[in-house]
Design a binder for this molecule. Structure first.
Ligand code: SF4
Length: 363
């Protein structure tokens, strides 16, 4: 470490260091990057939404496939929600897909198919929070707008040695003010990209690579050897566990699926009907509904972690009776028999898709 003052880096120095670093060491080949060129707000928005809760490497193939199918905001707005959910299937956090679809319609209906440039207007789109709005405004319209995602919070908390519990609104307000105070007057795209790149590739949560960091000599946490103490971690309680039972009802080459309600977990996706676990009455009702001639088999299904709980799903296998046909289906289309070879065209939760792929044809 070289000798440097133990006071925070000046805003006038922060941005130039980051911009210069991004130019030589940042990421330039991500499919949604077109630094220096006019950027397409639709593509920027799509990438930012996909990146909200998913790592870059996982996003890239989905981003490409999504763009192939929905090349612009009008194509997305005109698509059915089913089609959108199917393309999103596997990426998780499905409310993002529902919001994406609703936002595309909003852009077409209220803004004539053009994304607004003002971050405050961008924030009115479903699924677009303040940081995502800032990123879209900076990348697509070169607006001087701040971002504050988890990576940026970490970088700023370390460089400026911001201590304290991250949960109170006052902490967030302080970090937003800090982020805004550092914005450069020019080259906002490269600056914003630099902040993202530094947080993702150098100033990582564990073992940050301080020796190759452009802020190494001016980072207060590094100077105090406290990089990994910041931002302060909040002790997490173990996640609650929930149990459910999924009905895997088959009839020849078909399986019975229901569309999940629009909100809640896996909202809008197709899935197996659910009943309470170990509930004899529900099991009997299911057997009657599907005319199950023989005994049903209950066994383990999968364990799936959500942000707020862990789901343990058992499976109840039922072979539907020969007389059961479309009468089990919902006339409004919320449940139906689906051929196994059609499953790829439907939006299914990843663990349910895996369950159907590996178990559905077992005797
Ligand atoms: S010097 Fe280390 S802790 Fe500070 S910003 Fe750079 S990588 Fe992060």
């Amino acid at each position: 470490m070289t000798d440097a003052p133990d006071r925070p880096i000046e805003a006038a120095l922060f941005a130039p260091l980051l911009i210069a670093w991004q130019r030589t060491r940042g990421r330039h080949t991500l499919p949604w990057q077109q630094l220096g060129a006019a950027r397409d707000a639709y593509r920027v928005w799509l990438a930012e939404v996909m990146l909200q809760q998913t790592q870059v490497a996982a996003v890239i193939p989905f981003y490409r496939r999504f763009l192939d199918r929905f090349p612009d905001v009008r194509a997305l707005a005109e698509a059915s929600l089913d089609d959108v959910m199917q393309r999103w299937s596997g990426l998780g956090y499905y409310s993002r897909a529902r919001n994406l679809h609703a936002a595309a319609r909003q852009v077409v209906e209220r803004h004539g198919g053009q994304f607004p440039e003002d971050p405050a207007l961008l924030e009115t789109l479903p699924g677009v929070g303040r940081s995502t709005a800032g990123a879209i405004a900076a990348f697509a319209f070169a607006r001087k707008a701040a971002i504050l995602d988890g990576n940026v919070k970490r970088v700023l908390a370390r460089v400026f040695l911001v201590e304290g519990d991250q949960r109170p609104a006052a902490y967030t307000a302080r970090m937003w003010a800090l982020s805004e105070s550092l914005l450069p007057d020019a080259d906002i795209e490269r600056y914003t990209q630099g902040l993202m790149d530094l947080g993702a590739t150098v100033c990582t949560p564990r073992r940050p690579a301080c020796l190759i960091c452009p802020l190494e000599t001016r980072c207060l946490a590094h100077r105090a050897s406290r990089e990994e103490d910041l931002p302060m971690r909040v002790a997490r309680k173990p996640l609650p566990e929930r149990r459910t039972a999924l009905l895997l009802v088959t009839r020849g080459d078909r399986v019975f699926l229901e569309r999940r309600p629009p909100s809640g977990i896996w909202g809008g996706l197709w899935s197996l009907p659910e009943i309470p676990p170990d509930d004899a009455d529900s099991l009997d009702a299911a057997r009657r509904r599907f005319d199950a001639p023989g005994p049903v088999q209950t066994g383990p299904g999968f364990v799936h972690g959500f942000t707020h709980f862990v789901l343990h799903a058992d499976t109840v296998r039922i072979s539907a009776g020969p007389a059961v046909d479309t009468r089990c289906e919902d006339p409004a289309g919320a449940s139906r028999w689906v051929r196994f070879d059609e499953l790829a065209q439907l939006g299914l939760p990843t663990p349910v898709r895996a369950l159907l792929a590996t178990r559905a044809r077992e005797p």
